[in-house]
Write a protein that binds this ligand. Structure first.
Ligand SMILES: [Zn+2]
Length: 447
């Protein structure tokens, strides 16, 4: 979420940074198929069934391919499965992917050159397509709360964050026509009614509901709504202050920590535009720093997180969706980090970029790489999603060195299993310091 002035300033920074220019080129290349061809808007809402989306023979989750709504391939046995229950499952990711693409296209159009104007047109196509059919998706057959597009409210919230972000970036860059703006008004008002009907208290899902409603409040300049979802009893600030323990971990465990934190950073980005800057409040900034550092403290030697509660086993923390969290957090908090409290996060981020390749996983809040290539490959700063975009912030060489120095002494509990020695210590001595350049930070363009 940005203003027109910030967009213009960030476009300047992109021009002066090799990393950011490469990231923009990546966003342009990955947007090309969608600019060339209108993607498929599902006719149906997503439904949750016991067997939809899974291979009947080996139980493996079927590959999500945005361009194929009916043939669903199993990545394990390679068989292709058909049927409406698989289609309903596919629709969950497709709706999320489309809203994310709208934000992606809008970001490209706002930060790129005249050749990227067609991306804005396609983003508007997606926004308008949903305005035409949003009321056709029935608010029924749900699992966790009301929803039109999905079966649970939090998914509608993830979707809304991107939908409103796309419209906001288009508007800020002068590429939103009046008709599309009216269409967005209608969808957003109805979606806010659906989401606002269901308060999930201190569930990680409510963080996303709060983020979505904060986005809506900013879009409509609705101060009363903003105050309720930011400062209310179960609002964003309450989630930050009460949901994370003194160790910085979200109370529901590692898996939900990463999901809730993504929602919180998204919501905080919108809240800043509503006049509540979490980073400027020392109490909230401290909580955010602790939350950003918690995963490093509990990471296992192979950079996976512990499979506590209902977390999946063996999930790598070097997933792009997770790495973005620390990029965004470091950029936002690092800007005012006079006491170098963020140096552990900087060291952690560098360690993740140096980890061995891990298989990519599909995430409801990060579908930039769909369809996912199951062949492991390392995470890279220049291929993250549209949320990572330029800002004026820089991380100077001395600060990065200080971060590594501290990591050697007492840093995150990241050990190299193969060699049995501290990974940060052993590798940091040999890394090239690259971050005298502008740092990647969030454009706040959605999830
Ligand atoms: Zn199979």
């Amino acid at each position: 979420m940005v203003t027109a002035e910030e967009l213009a300033a960030r476009a300047e920074v992109v021009n002066g940074s090799a990393d950011l220019w490469a990231l923009l080129a990546h966003l342009r290349a990955s947007a090309a198929p969608i600019v060339q061809r209108m993607p498929i808007i599902p006719d149906q809402k997503a439904l949750l069934t016991t067997d939809g989306g899974f291979c009947p023979e080996d139980g493996t989750a079927l590959t999500f391919d945005p361009w194929n709504p009916t043939d669903h391939r199993c990545p394990e046995c390679r068989k292709v499965w058909r049927g409406e229950r698989h289609d309903w499952s596919w629709a969950r990711y497709q709706h999320l992917w489309l809203a994310e693409r709208a934000a992606h296209l809008a970001t490209l159009a706002a930060l790129g050159g005249p050749e990227d104007r067609s991306a804005a047109a396609r983003a508007r196509d997606i926004l308008n397509a949903y305005a035409e059919r949003y009321w056709r998706y029935p608010n029924r057959d749900n699992v966790l709360g009301p929803s039109r597009l999905f079966f649970s409210t939090y998914l509608e919230s993830v979707w809304v964050c991107n939908y409103v972000a796309a419209a906001t970036v288009l508007r800020a860059s002068g590429q939103l026509d009046d008709a599309t703006a009216r269409a967005v008004n209608q969808v957003t008002e109805e979606a806010a009614t659906v989401i606002g009907d269901y308060d999930e208290s201190f569930s990680n899902r409510q963080t996303w509901n709060n983020a979505a409603l904060t986005a809506v409040a900013v879009w409509f300049e609705d101060e009363e709504l903003a105050q309720r979802v930011i400062e209310g009893d179960t609002g964003l600030i309450a989630h930050l202050v009460r949901g994370y323990g003194r160790d910085g971990m979200w109370y529901e465990g590692e898996n939900y920590h990463l999901f809730a934190l993504r929602g919180l950073l998204t919501g905080a980005g919108w809240a800043r535009l509503a006049g509540v800057d979490f980073v400027a409040d020392e109490r909230l900034a401290t909580r955010m720093r602790l939350a950003l550092g918690a995963s490093a403290l509990t990471a296992l030697p192979d950079f996976t997180f512990p499979a506590r509660k209902d977390s999946r086993f063996g999930m790598s923390l070097a997933q792009p969706a997770y790495v973005e969290l620390w990029e965004i957090g470091l950029a936002r908090l690092g800007m005012r980090d006079t006491g170098n409290e963020m140096r552990d996060v900087a060291a952690w981020l560098h360690a993740l970029y140096a980890t061995p390749s891990a298989p990519r996983e599909l995430s409801e809040s990060y579908l930039h790489d769909a369809p996912i290539d199951r062949i492991p490959h390392p995470v890279s700063r220049i291929s993250l999603g549209a949320r990572c975009a330029p800002q004026q912030g820089t991380v100077c060489q001395s600060r990065v060195r200080a971060a590594w120095g501290r990591a050697r002494a007492s840093g995150p509990s990241a050990f190299d299993a193969a060699r049995g020695e501290r990974l940060l210590a052993s590798r940091s001595r040999h890394w090239t310091v690259r971050h005298a350049r502008p740092f990647l930070v969030s454009l706040d363009a959605g999830t």
